[in-house]
Design a protein around this ligand. Structure first.
Ligand SMILES: [Zn+2]
Length: 253
């Protein structure tokens, strides 16, 4: 595969980078990424991955656009209220980059989207808003050995985990938060979130995806996994912790 003139222009700012270049762009163009959730995190993730030329994007969200979403979910317009998020997202993403192949499910993630036995995805991006879905994705991606990028945000604080389950001895979400733990009482729906924080954390998730995809050719240059990163937007502080693998973890132990 070689890039045509349009692709050369569109991705020129990648091609100029020594550690991306045409080889890296080809990796992106051939990649298959599943984005689970098209809310505050999923919107910037899908926009940046489509813009980057990730060749096959699968989107999954059961919800319809609501007026309360517009404070932070940057794919949607006021006129979209009441429409399925996947439909509105597809319209915008196709207008941005029609050379990407899109698949959409107006449903929550399940066996139909991400089967237990085999997968077509190179990376899964968790942009969901609940712990049960996060744990389901963690367990499924671990068993399929697919890298999982997991983001979360509430109030002024965001979190990001990049778990490359294609590498051995990668800790998992359940090492940090055991399965079966109660859903946090506070969530964005009852406690709020500052809108641009979702842009920061969603952009970080998109960067992690691009790094994982480019790392397939250059694993030494783009390695980063098993870390929990926290961003405190009120104090403008990032902190990073290694997630220790937990002995007896119900998923990876
Ligand atoms: Zn674990």
């Amino acid at each position: 595969m070689s890039l045509d003139r349009q692709a050369f222009l569109r991705y020129s700012r990648h091609l100029l980078m020594a550690d991306v270049g045409e080889e890296g762009q080809e990796l992106l163009l051939g990649a298959r990424v599943l984005v689970v959730g098209l809310g505050g995190l999923g919107c910037p993730v899908a926009l940046y991955l489509a813009a980057a030329g990730v060749g096959h994007l699968t989107l999954c969200d059961p919800d319809k656009v609501d007026l309360t979403n517009l404070q932070r979910q940057v794919l949607y317009k006021a006129s979209d209220c009441g429409e399925p998020k996947v439909d509105c997202a597809l319209r915008e993403l196709k207008a941005l980059n029609s050379s990407v192949t899109y698949t959409a499910y107006a449903a929550a993630v399940d066996d139909g989207v991400l089967p237990a036995t085999a997968t077509d995805f190179d990376v899964v991006v968790d942009c969901t808003d609940n712990l049960a879905a996060r744990h389901w994705l963690n367990r499924r991606c671990h068993s399929l050995a697919i890298p999982l990028v997991s983001g979360a945000a509430m109030g002024w604080e965001g979190q990001l985990m990049t778990l490359d389950f294609s590498a051995s001895k990668t800790p998992c979400l359940a090492c940090a938060i055991p399965e079966g733990a109660a859903e946090p009482i506070a969530n964005c729906g009852n406690s709020g979130v500052i809108g641009p924080l979702l842009g920061v954390m969603g952009s970080m998730e998109a960067i992690s995806v691009i790094r994982l995809l480019l790392g397939r050719a250059n694993p030494d240059r783009f390695a980063a996994s098993g870390k929990l990163q926290r961003f405190d937007a009120r104090r403008e502080q990032w902190s990073s912790f290694a997630i220790p693998s937990r002995k007896g973890c119900s998923v990876c132990g």
